[in-house]
Design a protein around this ligand. Structure first.
Ligand code: SAH
Ligand code: SF4
Length: 386
């Protein structure tokens, strides 16, 4: 049987009426032409949607009142809607987005001193089935559309009143495997980076993958693309295949060789994310094997102490999943039960070992933990799910 990620993920249902949200410039031009308007009005729509982040037709004041009324009557503007926001004590805010079909995904807004970082979802659920990850226990429900990806950015920046001039970083480290949704991801990337759109520089956008080599190769072939992060998470095939089923198809050697071939720009490095699971992936031997892997291409290492969630042993009393999801998370948890965060001393020792080996290493203190917004804690219970 084919693994779930080998099949295309289900797509969002199409709307009865045209929807302008998430359309590129050429599509917006075609849309206005179909309304009997000149093509250049498409560029006005593009700037209104993505530079000004207008979410209602009555905000499009450069257009005539008559045209706004016609747009209102015939074209949707269907962005994901923030239905819940949970500020964390550390300054991050976890947002829940409601999609047109009632499904929900999550994103996290993280302000820093000189920038903001938005953590975005790429799918509802995930097909990859990593055993330590709350999203992985949901299975895959569907891909997000380009509008639903761009819409998370639009909604979070509007919600927080993002000031001009503060750099925005985007990380696809929320729900889903972004490379399992590459077409919509790259359509969203074009809008996010367009100087007349959200104007976010490509180097500020990072896509994190569990190691879908076919997707890594496809993304590497784009002349303009996001930066790449790999969730390595284990250093032997035996370990990795146990916690990340994708490793049974593309093992560590296949991964290292794909990353070695990945066409990096000068100064660009691949981020290696490494979730530390106490007693499983946090030995000093793991550290030495991680160093050997990381030396095979320009890289930087991000150690992520495991964040407990409701499928794990150290589960927090709160959580974002509803009861139905919790039941499923428990049923499907397998080794999801029993994972624990590493001891602080071990995190320090591994950091030291990697730095001594001449590698660039940081520890990601996941933000938003108290509101279950940290890495691997994102899980939704889509209320309309049958
Ligand atoms: N699907 C992509 C991106 C989303 S997951 C990927 O796997 O790379 C984002 C990051 O969170 C990954 O590095 C993943 O390994 C990590 N992660 C998942 N569950 C976690 C948990 N419970 N604690 C800490 N990190 C976790
Ligand atoms: Fe999916 Fe990433 Fe979670 Fe694995 S770690 S199940 S790829 S979201």
């Amino acid at each position: 049987m084919k693994p779930a990620w080998d099949l295309p993920a289900p797509e969002a249902a199409t709307h009865a009426r045209p929807d302008a949200a998430g359309l590129g410039l050429a599509e917006l031009k075609a849309l206005v032409i179909s309304l009997g308007e000149p093509a250049w009005r498409g560029a006005q729509l593009f700037e209104g949607l993505y530079r000004h982040r207008w979410a209602r037709w009555d905000q499009f004041t450069p257009l005539s009142k008559e045209l706004r009324t016609r747009l209102e009557a015939s074209v949707d503007l269907c962005w994901p809607e923030i239905v819940q926001s949970q500020p964390s004590e550390d300054g991050a805010t976890k947002h829940v987005f409601q999609l047109a079909d009632g499904k929900q995904v999550e994103g996290v807004f993280m302000p820093y001193e000189k920038r903001v970082t938005l953590c975005l979802s790429s799918q509802v659920g995930c097909a990859m089935g990593c055993t330590f990850c709350a999203t992985g226990q949901m299975g895959i429900l569907r891909n997000l559309s380009a509008a639903e990806i761009v819409g998370q950015v639009v909604a979070m920046l509007n919600h927080h009143g993002h000031p001009e001039g503060v750099p925005v970083n985007l990380v696809f480290m929320g729900m889903g495997e972004p490379l399992h949704n590459l077409d919509h991801l790259m359509a969203a990337f074009a809008i996010l980076t367009d100087p007349k759109g959200l104007a976010i520089p490509p180097r500020r956008i990072t896509v994190s993958t569990s190691g879908l080599v076919s997707g890594i190769e496809r993304m590497g072939a784009f002349p303009k693309r996001p930066r790449l992060a790999l969730s390595l998470n284990a250093t032997t095939d035996e370990q990795r295949s146990r916690i990340m089923p994708v490793n049974r198809v593309w093992n560590l050697e296949a991964l290292a060789s794909a990353l070695g071939r990945f066409p990096l720009q000068s100064g660009e490095r691949i981020t290696l994310e490494y979730v530390l699971l106490k007693g499983i992936t946090d030995s000093l031997e793991d550290g030495r094997r991680l160093a050997a892997f990381a030396r095979r291409f320009p890289s930087k290492i991000n150690l992520i102490p495991f964040n407990p969630h409701e499928g794990g042993a150290g589960a927090e009393p709160h959580g974002t999943g509803g009861s139905a999801q919790r039941v499923r998370a428990t049923e499907g948890a397998h080794e999801g039960n029993g994972f624990e965060p590493p001891d602080e001393a071990r995190v320090g020792a591994l950091c030291h070992l990697l730095a001594e080996a001449g590698l660039s290493v940081s520890v990601r203190r996941s933000r938003g933990q108290d509101v279950a917004g940290a890495c691997g804690q994102l899980v939704r219970n889509p209320r309309t799910e049958d």
